[in-house]
Design a protein around this ligand. Structure first.
Ligand SMILES: Cc1cc2nc3c(=O)[nH]c(=O)nc-3n(C[C@H](O)[C@H](O)[C@H](O)COP(=O)(O)OP(=O)(O)OC[C@H]3O[C@@H](n4cnc5c(N)ncnc54)[C@H](O)[C@@H]3O)c2cc1C
Ligand code: SF4
Length: 511
């Protein structure tokens, strides 16, 4: 029997009442379905806080839908996969149409397409109106470009959306970027007083979810003790206004700085709210722009922040949809080593890794430079298998959804796609970490020592990487200087570095 019943699928990262999936909703015949699939939490080995965040935010969103009288089927703690549960519901309700907003995961889009074909259901996947740049616009921009670089895309976005540009399209303050004012280390005596991020009450729904996750996912990584993520739109709006009022002013200057027991620095902690669609990037950018004038914030901080949201976030998403499924398989250097066990425990003597992994397990959070230049840098230098590393990042960060995690990890941190959208591999020795943090001060290793018991593994592996890939790195103007420095090291010392690196690589679990 042919019906005209539409089933609207709302995924756990699509919690937006203005979602394209809800456009033209017919209250008489349409029905929404939301599914808590236990399988989704285990197919990626997720941090407890990430599971709790998704479940609590989904349940709160369901409550909002019910308040507005949307017909909703909400399947709690479903033992089936999302696709199997959906299939059963389509068959039960005899739905003829399946509607959803573009999933943030390629695999899921393909599974929905296969399901629709199998059941002969009309599938309507709608462009996700949450982003400034559509998938089609991005691929049009990327077509025939010799180089895909954030900078050009970002300038175009600024001009297209009239953000921080004058009427002639020139950048506010006369320049497109203020990197020279941003990205400083904290002062030698420490970061000083930083306003704590906004905090949120644990209501009944979150309380139940925390109990459920504690019981059901006890063997999963991470802790729930410090759970403090926005799970409703109101909380997400509070997080945004709190950030612009108290933390934005120092965001730019200390964007890259790291310090022990300072897990959040001046960062916004807005990524999970943005990625679950509790916040729209347009309102984030508009609020930051309003605060620039109202709170007399430096343009460098405002531009530095807007570059992340309007630039990087949109660019990364465009790259994901452009390059999948290839992106998930790329392994430019052919690295095969498995992840040392301490990535899951933080139990390592390397203070930079211990601190970054430790706070990751505690909160499900590390900021960009910790992800890129500490755990990511080590993973590249230690020749870890990209798929393993990506699985780790997807598991441990509360904001991790494949469209944003994979390009950042495989593309940016691991150079697994050979520099498709980055101009060089992001590699650094212990000297960089020493400059940008206080980690090295309490470490048993010495950042400027390359060989021997006290040698910093970051430093040994960095020079080993340069020796191994000298040809490729010397041919790139952005990394040529690194290999020139290599020429200052004698052949004997280079051989000793290689030998010491091999010892480390053979037993990464020992570090
Ligand atoms: C290896 C690696 C993996 C990453 N995985 C994720 C991930 O799974 N999910 C995720 O949201 N971000 C990811 N990032 C990007 C970035 O590290 C996080 O967005 C950021 O640390 C989140 O913290 P925040 O909200 O305090 O960000 P802030 O530093 O305050 O930045 C503001 C906002 O800008 C956006 N943003 C900044 N940098 C990026 C970027 N490179 N890509 C996309 N958006 C960006 C985020 O929405 C963020 O909330 C990854 C980066 C690296 C290097
Ligand atoms: S010495 Fe090396 S391993 Fe230790 S904290 Fe510094 S960079 Fe990390």
């Amino acid at each position: 029997m042919t019906t005209n019943k539409r089933l609207i699928l709302i995924l756990g990262d699509q919690l937006d009442l203005d979602s394209a999936a809800l456009e033209n909703f017919d209250f008489a015949t349409d029905e929404i379905i939301m599914i808590e699939s236990a399988n989704e939490a285990t197919y990626v080995w997720s941090h407890k806080a990430k599971i709790a965040l998704f479940l609590s935010a989904m349940r709160h969103f369901a409550q909002e839908l019910e308040k507005r009288d949307y017909p909703l089927t909400y399947i709690k703690q479903c033992p089936l996969t999302l696709i199997d549960a959906l299939k059963a519901h389509i068959l039960k309700t005899n739905a003829s149409h399946l509607v959803c907003s573009q999933p943030g995961e390629w695999r899921l889009t393909k599974s929905l397409e296969a399901l629709a074909q199998e059941l002969n259901v009309h599938l309507d996947i709608r462009e996700d109106n949450h982003f400034y740049c559509s998938i089609q616009e991005f691929s049009k921009w990327a077509a025939n470009k010799k180089e895909l670089r954030l900078e050009y895309f970002y300038r175009l976005m600024r001009k297209t959306h009239g953000i921080l540009v004058d009427t002639d399209g020139n950048p506010e303050g006369g320049q497109w970027n203020f990197d020279q004012d941003n990205r400083k280390p904290f002062p030698k005596k420490g970061p000083g007083l930083i306003e704590a991020p906004a905090s949120f009450k644990t209501d009944q729904i979150t309380h139940e979810v925390l109990e459920y996750v504690t019981k059901t996912y006890s063997d999963h990584p991470g802790s729930l003790e410090s759970f403090n993520w926005p799970v409703t739109r109101d909380q997400a709006l509070d997080a945004l206004s709190y950030f612009v009022d108290y933390r934005l002013r120092n965001f730019g200057v200390y964007q890259d700085a790291m310090w022990t027991s300072t897990p959040f620095g001046w960062h916004s902690l807005l990524s999970s709210a943005l990625n679950l669609k509790l916040l729209n990037p347009r309102e984030v950018v508009d609020t930051v722009l309003a605060s620039w004038k109202k709170n007399n914030i430096e343009l460098s901080a405002v531009e530095g922040f807007i570059r992340q949201v309007l630039g990087w976030r949109e660019f990364i998403r465009g790259m994901y949809h452009l390059d999948m499924p290839q992106m998930a398989q790329d392994n430019f250097y052919g690295h095969q080593r498995t992840l040392p066990q301490w990535y899951w425990t933080g139990d390592t003597n390397m203070v930079c890794m211990r601190d970054t992994i430790g706070q990751t397990l505690q909160y499900g959070y590390a900021h960009h430079i910790q992800r890129l230049m500490v755990t990511g840098n080590f993973a590249l230098l230690a020749e870890l298998l990209p798929a393993d590393v990506c699985a780790w990042y997807l598991a441990v960060y509360v904001d991790a959804i494949e469209w944003v995690e994979l390009p950042n990890t495989a593309g940016m941190a691991l150079f697994a796609n050979g520099g498709r959208f980055t101009s060089k591999p992001y590699i650094a020795s212990g000297a960089y970490i020493k400059r940008m943090s206080n980690y090295c001060g309490s470490c048993q290793y010495k950042p400027d020592v390359r060989i021997g018991e006290t040698a910093c593994p970051m430093t040994t592996l960095y020079w080993n990487f340069l020796i191994k890939h000298r040809g490729q790195l010397a041919g790139n103007p952005r990394t040529r200087l690194m290999t020139t420095n290599l020429n200052k090291i004698t052949k004997e010392d280079q051989a000793a570095i290689e030998a010491h690196a091999q010892i480390l690589l053979n037993d990464l679990n020992r570090l």
